[in-house]
Design a protein around this ligand. Structure first.
Ligand code: PLP
Length: 424
């Protein structure tokens, strides 16, 4: 599959007159079409809800678009909860899937009416201590251990993951929670990340539905929802076949009708906490080539760096690059595309075949819409970029301004000798 940018060189040349590179650009139409397709794929389930994983792209403008399709917020920290509250995602529209949780965050979530998803059995006591009681609606995170493998070889390693409870613990937890007044129970698991196969969700659903039946039988708990969490992936590489959300939804439905319906449990709602799938393809890092260097290799230096998008640097992740205006040119030059951090891992691509790049060219780094801007950091004193929304009518809206040196120095407001920097 050819990966096509959702914008053009001409559009970027127009945008940079108002907003200099680098910036993250999001595609409103893509976000909307995808959110609608997800909703349709699970419309067979009455209680279905997507809780967008806020950590993937914590921008209120973007999350408000998802709210139009019924999405809530999956939060895992105080500030994510605060953001959800501020944009009107409260009550059942909050899922708090946190681990290693500070006590006071349970209370903050409960005060907003959010649903707490317990990562560990000891968190029952922690919630009692923090909230003062056990909420009527509560969820537990499951970890079956071992290796999770799919037929195409894709696998992940739950046995090595810090999250969730064992089966014995979750049975025990449900008994305790029930005795302390819980009435509506949920179960949650995240067993494989960035799966580019239609098989993952149905397989996970099968495991979870069987667990739901077992928990209901052994503890009498009423299972209100099964949360399949995140993990549906996107094709970062051009040779990957994208997931088909309709097929995934129908696959989950088949498991539901096979396992839950015969057990008389056809009132169970399906929840998801997708992040990458909701935003990944609909955001790009746009950066300009500012330097070329010919030494032992051919280097193109750009004005963005790993502080704007760290996945290539920390995971060696592939992000496709299009040189705007050269979409149809032959990829006959081999480059390392680098940022300016004093770290040799600061490369967006290594030995990548691209069209010949000249200084001034704009590079469109694909699939940066999730776990992109949000993983940004300030190493080397780099400032976070702006985020821009390419709206359906073709106009561009600033949805987060770029950091300035003043933002960077703000926490030195305790030093009078830094006052010039703080107020600059
Ligand atoms: C990160 C995360 C998600 C989202 O994962 P994606 O891979 O972006 O879909 C969902 N739920 C929890 C608890 C997470 O930590």
């Amino acid at each position: 599959m050819i990966k096509k940018p959702f914008t053009t060189k001409e559009k970027i040349e127009e945008i940079v007159k108002s907003y200099p590179t680098p910036f993250h650009l999001y595609d409103e139409k893509g976000i909307r079409d995808n959110a609608k397709a997800l909703k349709d794929a699970f419309s067979w389930n009455k209680g279905y809800r997507e809780y967008f994983a806020v950590k993937a792209t914590p921008n209120p403008f973007l999350i408000k678009i998802l709210q139009e399709y019924g999405c809530g917020c999956d939060c895992s920290s105080l500030t994510e909860l605060m953001l959800a509250k501020q944009i009107g995602s409260t009550g059942e529209l909050i899922m708090f899937s946190s681990n290693d949780t500070p006590l006071e965050e349970f209370k903050y979530c409960n005060d907003l009416g959010g649903i707490i998803n317990l990562d560990d059995i000891t968190h029952i006591e922690a919630v009692e201590k923090s909230v003062g009681y056990i909420p009527e609606t509560i969820s537990c995170r499951f970890n079956p251990g071992g290796v999770f493998q799919m037929s195409n070889g894709i696998m992940d390693n739950p046995g090595d993951a810090k999250y969730g409870m064992t089966e014995e613990q979750i049975v025990e937890a449900f008994k305790i929670l029930k005795s302390k007044g819980a009435k509506n129970f949920g179960i949650h698991a995240f067993l494989a990340s960035n799966t580019v196969t239609n098989e993952y969700y149905p397989k996970l659903a099968g495991i979870m539905f069987n667990l739901a039946v077992k928990l209901n039988k052994e503890t009498g708990a009423h299972i209100s929802f099964v949360n399949l969490s995140g993990g549906i992936g996107i094709p970062y590489r051009p040779d990957q076949e994208p997931n088909d959300i309709k097929v995934i939804g129908e696959g989950v439905r088949a498991e539901y009708e096979k396992i839950l319906t015969p057990a008389g449990m056809d009132d169970v709602a399906i929840f998801t906490e997708l992040g990458r799938y909701m935003m990944g393809p609909y955001g790009a890092l746009v950066t300009q080539a500012i330097h070329e260097k010919h030494t032992h290799k051919e280097y193109v230096g750009v004005d963005a760096c790993a502080a704007n998008l760290m996945r290539p640097a920390i995971y060696g992740a592939y992000h496709h690059i299009t040189v705007l205006g050269k979409e149809d040119a032959a990829c006959d030059h081999k480059y390392d595309v680098t940022g300016s951090l004093c770290e040799n891992c600061d490369k967006f691509a290594v030995d990548r075949m691209l069209p010949e790049i000249e200084k001034g060219d704009y590079l469109f780094i694909h699939d940066a819409g999730a776990h992109g801007f949000s993983m940004g950091y300030n190493y080397n004193g780099k400032l976070r970029s702006a985020e821009l929304l390419l709206q359906e009518d073709g106009s561009v809206k600033l949805i987060r301004r770029a950091e300035t040196p003043k933002d960077y120095f703000a926490t030195f407001d305790i030093f009078p000798e830094c006052s010039e920097l703080v107020e600059a």
